[in-house]
Ligand binder design. Structure first.
Ligand SMILES: Cc1cc2nc3c(=O)[nH]c(=O)nc-3n(C[C@H](O)[C@H](O)[C@H](O)COP(=O)(O)OP(=O)(O)OC[C@H]3O[C@@H](n4cnc5c(N)ncnc54)[C@H](O)[C@@H]3O)c2cc1C
Length: 333
């Protein structure tokens, strides 16, 4: 069973990998998904399960967690094999053309085609560059928001000046007792509407300074802020510190497969084909002119890649699947 050959192996179980797995089932292909993390959902689950997404067509508002729940349920329709906790690094080709994928732990997977849905690679949060800060992880030093309710009635300090920091300031401001956002630069870098919302809110904004120290025994009780230009220090009492300094990305061995890449992303054509025949790519890992770097942009790429994979596996196959309503899985009985 271990050496079973799959038609399609999707690397990455983020939102786009999940939808791609669904469509692979629609095309009646034997499908495996390999995900490094212990759960599905990619960046959505990792960074913003409680954020409300408003830019998915036909859904005025949905939390990240609910969107992933629905995508996972949809992907499960055709019962793909799901493998967790493995980072795929290696790619070889057997004499009969079968691809052999190797994981970081030495596991091998056999497949007739590969779809990369790896986002920006495996994910890790950029840590607060303060000595001893790791002691407070799992306490009141947060890198993600798992439950918004944990911040109710508290003084929350947010360190960061990008979209995540601004989004969380706006989301937590109505429920926290007080939100303070600290940013190294003079201006924020985020969506204009989010910055406007921030400026209108009661969030306390501290620009041109950074968190230089954290003080406390079991939990962080105070934070020392240092002004970038003057070096002046200020000590502020807080209940929780949320650090949104971005994330470290690691494409691992995949970047050495020899595919044409541009600025750390895989170049595809309009059929989602990479420069390696039989290897396709979808979602955030992909680059082509005017790509929409949103979930909405990635969702259509899954079916396109699958139709290309199907044609690669069976040149006589139909160009695309029938409408889902006509599929036997969904046909009215
Ligand atoms: C803070 C933040 C807020 C955002 N807000 C929005 C929003 O409101 N609306 C919107 O449309 N988009 C938003 N986005 C963008 C959106 O999250 C991404 O476009 C989307 O997650 C891309 O999905 P993906 O499946 O391509 O990649 P990811 O979500 O990155 O998933 C890739 C998966 O592949 C796995 N993986 C990587 N390498 C390997 C490997 N070698 N082996 C095995 N598994 C591997 C990773 O662990 C990960 O689970 C936001 C992004 C961020 C960071």
């Amino acid at each position: 069973m271990k050496n079973e050959i799959y038609d399609v192996t999707i690397i990455g179980g983020g939102p786009i990998g999940l939808f791609t797995a669904f469509y692979s089932g629609m095309r009646e292909l034997k499908t495996k998904v390999i995900e490094y993390l212990p759960q599905v959902g990619g960046k959505v689950t990792y960074f913003y399960p409680e954020k409300i997404l408003r830019d998915i067509g036909g859904i005025p508002g949905v939390s990240g967690a609910d969107l992933i729940k629905q995508l996972n349920a949809q992907a499960s329709t055709f019962d793909p094999t799901m493998v967790f906790g493995e980072r795929v690094d290696g790619l070889e080709r057997g004499e009969d053309g079968t691809f052999i994928l190797t994981s970081h732990n030495g596991e091998r997977h056999y497949t007739r085609s590969v779809i990369l849905a790896i986002g920006h690679g495996t994910l890790g949060m950029k840590k607060l560059p303060v000595d001893g800060a790791e002691h407070f992880e799992g306490g009141n030093l947060h890198y993600t928001v798992e439950r918004v309710e944990d911040f109710r009635g508290k003084h929350v300090m947010i360190s960061g000046g990008g979209d995540s920091a601004i989004d969380w300031a706006n989301r937590l401001e109505p429920i926290a007792d007080k939100v303070t956002i600290v940013h190294r630069r003079e201006a924020f870098r985020g969506h204009e509407s989010s910055i406007t919302e921030l400026n209108k809110s009661e969030t306390h904004v501290k620009c041109s300074c950074y968190v230089s120290d954290v003080i406390g025994k079991e939990h962080i009780e105070q934070v020392v802020l240092t002004h970038i230009d003057t070096g002046e220090k200020e000590t502020v009492s807080i209940d929780a510190l949320l650090v949104n300094h971005g994330f470290d990305l690691d494409l691992g061995g995949i970047q050495n497969w020899g595919m044409t890449m541009n600025d750390g992303k895989v170049v595809t054509d309009a059929k989602m084909e990479t420069s390696i025949r039989g290897v396709f790519a979808v979602g955030d890992i992909v680059t082509y002119p005017h790509r929409l770097t949103l979930i909405a942009g990635g969702l259509a790429e899954g079916p396109k890649a699958l139709n290309s994979a199907k044609a690669f596996l069976d040149p006589d196959a139909e160009a695309m699947a029938m409408y889902s309503t006509h599929h036997k899985e969904f046909a009215e009985v």
